[in-house]
Design a binder for this molecule. Structure first.
Ligand code: 8YV
Length: 325
């Protein structure tokens, strides 16, 4: 009998056919699994789950006693209780590497857009307000040659820093749990305590994963350390930042502008002032959202789950401890 895989997320027809060769595949018919009763009803027979933006609760796991592996179509897995999966012997796989460069492109787009006021001034032209040469009040700030402060220096952080150092002549500082000697060598990057980095950098970019340690890592105190001319970019997770404190810092001029791809609540609440603030560029969590990259992420998830359910080590395994060769 074929093993059963539940799919919530965008897979191509080819990828679905690839899974169908070895497994019974059931695709979620709702925007969330909660909207598809058939999907939830199938949990008891599921051996594998592929999902995008999944929030897995113990109730879900209790309802899925045959579950052997979860493949998330994302590099982040903050909505998934990893230790609980490990305790139950369920493998968790994610999609690192294939989205690194695209997400770094998004990060750099936000750095450029926030620094050079791209969205605000494009809106100005669109409104028909461009009647004379722009004045000093509309000048942006340089990116080229500035100091880039990376909070988090993993794959995506390094890819953004590489763009900054090699393409824009930037000096790179980073704060990270562990030192990164190879990147220091490659990019001339220097490690700093986070407070020192906040004081020294012109452009701060957050790329840490969301964990219990990084939740609300950056708030009023941290914003008060930044230069008033500073640019703040977040492409990690919204909950790394106290959003109300960021809004206050932007309003007070403690931070000049922000480029944000992620928010405490997604989709962004209609009450949020952020999209209406002229010094904010807000994107709808598009870090990895290109056709090529989303296809590659989905393919990685398909390969991960296929391998896991066939007794082979998945390509990107998060909880090594759960792996029983
Ligand atoms: C995901 C992301 O596509 O990979 C991540 O962690 O944030 C995005 O690339 C998004 O979470 C939807 O699954």
């Amino acid at each position: 009998m074929k093993k059963h895989i539940l799919v919530h997320g965008r897979l191509t027809d080819v990828q679905l056919a690839q899974l169908g060769e070895h497994f019974e595949v059931q695709v979620c018919q709702g925007a969330t699994p909660a909207e598809d009763p058939a999907f939830l009803d199938a949990l008891p027979m599921a051996h594998g789950l592929i999902g995008s933006g999944l929030v897995i609760t113990p109730e879900w796991l209790d309802a899925a006693p045959n579950l052997e592996a979860i493949a998330t179509i994302s590099v982040g897995y903050d909505g998934i209780p990893v230790e609980e999966l490990t305790r139950r012997g369920i493998l968790l796989c994610n999609t690192p590497d294939v989205l690194t460069e695209t997400t770094a492109d998004t990060g750099f787009a936000l750095i450029l857009a926030a620094s050079r006021r791209v969205v605000e001034l494009a809106d100005f032209v669109r409104r028909g307000d461009w009647q004379a040469s722009i004045g000093e009040a509309q000048f942006g700030s340089d990116v080229y040659g500035k100091t880039l402060g990376m909070i988090g220096f993993g794959r995506i952080g390094a890819a953004i820093a590489r763009r900054g150092a090699l393409g824009f002549g930037m000096r790179v500082l980073y704060s990270n749990a562990s030192p990164k000697p190879a990147l220091e060598q490659e990019l001339g990057a220097k490690r700093r305590e986070m407070d020192a980095l906040l004081e020294e950098a012109d452009i701060i970019c957050v790329t840490v994963p969301l964990t219990a340690e990084t939740e609300h890592l950056i708030g009023a105190r941290e914003f008060s350390l930044m230069k008033p001319s500073g640019i703040f970019v977040n492409i990690a997770r919204g909950r790394v930042v106290r959003e109300a404190d960021l809004i206050a810092a932007l309003e007070k001029g403690q931070v000049r502008a922000a480029g944000l791809d992620v928010f405490e609540q997604e989709p962004l609440s209609p009450e949020s002032p952020l999209p209406h603030m002229p010094n904010v560029v807000a994107l709808p969590h598009i870090g990895s959202a290109t056709r090529e990259t989303r296809d590659a992420m989905a393919q990685r998830a398909v390969d991960n789950i296929s391998r896991a359910l066939q007794g082979q080590r998945p390509i990107s395994l998060v909880n090594e401890e759960a792996w029983r060769p």
